[in-house]
Ligand binder design. Structure first.
Ligand code: MN
Length: 372
C-alpha cells in the first residue's frame, strides 16, 4: 500500500463524523466497513484504547481493503476534524541542536546547554485544550513583552511569532497512577505519530519564561495533523537514536529503536525554508515516555507528547524561524522576493513529513491579525 497516511476523523455529505483511513488523496470510510462502533465515533479515542493487537489488525485490514480496490472518498470532499480528544499535552526539548541554538540566543553569556540536558529529556506540560487540527487559522496572540533594554513591559500583538517543527506521539493505552511505564513498553502504549506545529510568540516567551517555563507564549494554539500515522506502518523506519554521552540512567535505557527516520520540511508562504530528519533527535520517543512516567504519573488515552523543535546541524535544517534567521538578524528570502524574520499576518505555514513510502499528515495554519 503506497501513500498510506493514517487514521483520522472526517465528515462528508452532511453525515455524522466518523473514522477514516487516508491513503494518498483518498479516504477509506472505516465506519462503512463494519469494523465496529469505535469507527462510528467523532474521535479516535475509542479505537486507540483497544490496544496494540487491534491497532495492528485494523491497519492490516485497512490496507487489505485499499489493495482490494475499496472505494475511497476524494480528499477534497471530506472535512477532517481534530482526530482525537487530546487528554494531556507534553512538549519535550529533545533536539541537541535546537537546545544549543536557543541557549545561545536566550542566554548569550552562559553555557548553552543547562547541566540537566544530557541526563533527562527536558519537557513541560502544555495546554491540551488549544490543540487544533491542521487547517485551523491561528490568531496572532497578544500579551506582555519586554526587551532587555526596554524600561518597562509593553502590551500588544506579538511581533515575533514563530513556528516549531515537531513530531508528536499519541497514547492509545493508558497506565495506572503510581506505576512507571518502562521504555520497553513503548509499542504497547503508543498508537502512532503526528506532525506538530508548536506556534511560539518569542517576545512573550522571552519575558515570561523564567523561572517556570513556557506559558502564554505557547498556549494560544498548537496545530497537529488531521491523520495519525500508526506505528504499525512505521516499523521499518523506527531506528536507533544517536549515541548518548553520558550513558543515561537505567530507566532511560532499553527502548530499542524508537527514533523515527522521517524526512521533514517547513514551507512558509509558498517557499520551503527548511529540510531535516527526525532521526537525529537526541532523546527517543521511548525515552520520553519512560521519563514522563518515571515519577508514577499515569498515561491516558489521547495524551499527546511532542518532541520539541527538530533542528539539524546544517544551515537550512533548523525547525524554527528564530534559528533560521538567527533571532531576526539574517532574514530569509522567499520565492516571491519578500523577506521574513518572523511570521506576518496572512502567512500560511505547512509542515510535511515522509517516512519511506508512508506520508505523515501535513500540518497547515494561516496567521490571522491580532485582536488587541
Ligand atoms: Mn515546542
Amino acid at each position: 500500500m503506497t501513500g498510506a497516511v493514517g487514521f483520522g476523523v472526517f465528515t462528508a455529505g452532511g453525515e455524522p463524523p466518523r473514522v477514516g483511513f487516508r491513503v494518498g488523496d483518498g479516504v477509506l470510510d472505516l465506519a462503512a466497513h463494519g469494523l465496529g462502533e469505535a469507527f462510528e465515533a467523532p474521535r479516535l479515542n475509542d479505537f486507540l484504547a483497544l490496544g496494540r493487537r487491534t491497532w495492528e489488525d485494523v491497519t492490516a485490514r485497512a490496507a487489505e481493503l485499499v489493495d482490494g480496490g475499496a472505494e475511497l472518498l476524494p480528499l477534497e470532499r471530506v472535512t477532517p476534524r481534530l482526530p482525537f480528544e487530546v487528554a494531556d499535552y507534553v512538549d519535550f526539548y529533545s533536539s541537541l541542536e535546537h537546545a544549543t541554538n536557543l541557549g545561545r540566543l536566550f542566554r548569550p553569556d552562559a553555557e548553552p546547554l543547562l547541566p540537566n540536558w544530557r541526563h533527562l529529556p527536558v519537557g513541560y506540560h502544555g495546554r491540551a485544550g488549544t490543540v487544533v487540527v491542521s487547517g485551523t487559522p491561528v490568531v496572532r496572540p497578544c500579551g506582555q513583552a519586554k526587551g532587555p533594554d526596554d524600561p518597562a513591559p509593553r502590551f500588544g500583538a506579538s511581533r515575533r511569532l514563530d513556528i516549531e517543527l515537531e513530531l508528536g506521539w499519541v497514547v492509545g493505552v493508558g497506565s495506572a497512577l503510581g506505576e512507571p511505564v518502562p521504555a520497553s513498553a513503548f509499542r504497547d502504549h503508543v498508537f502512532g505519530v503526528v506532525l506538530v506545529n508548536d506556534w511560539s510568540a518569542r517576545d512573550l516567551q522571552a519575558w515570561e519564561y523564567q523561572p517556570l517555563g513556557p506559558f502564554l507564549g505557547k498556549s494560544f494554539a498548537t496545530s497537529i495533523s488531521a491523520w495519525v500515522t500508526p506505528l504499525a506502518l512505521l516499523e521499518e523506519r523506527l531506528v536507533e537514536g544517536p549515541p548518548q554521552d553520558p550513558e543515561p540512567l537505567p530507566y532511560l535505557r532499553g527502548g530499542g529503536p524508537a527514533a523515527l527516520d522521517a524526512d521533514l520540511e517547513v514551507e512558509i508562504a509558498g517557499t520551503v525554508v527548511s529540510h531535516t530528519n527526525a532521526r537525529g533527535l537526541y532523546w527517543t520517543m521511548a525515552q520520553q515516555l519512560a521519563h514522563a512516567t518515571v515519577n508514577g504519573a499515569s498515561l491516558r488515552t489521547g495524551d499527546l507528547c511532542a518532541s520539541g523543535t527538530i533542528s539539524g546541524s546544517e544551515q537550512g535544517s533548523e525547525g524554527s524561524l528564530i534559528e533560521l534567521t538567527w533571532n531576526g538578524s539574517r532574514p530569509l528570502r522567499l520565492g516571491d522576493g519578500s523577506e521574513r524574520t518572523f511570521l506576518e499576518d496572512g502567512d500560511e505555514v505547512v509542515l510535511r513529513g515522509r517516512a519511506g513510502h508512508v506520508e505523515l499528515g501535513e500540518v497547515r495554519g494561516t496567521i490571522l491579525p491580532a485582536r488587541c
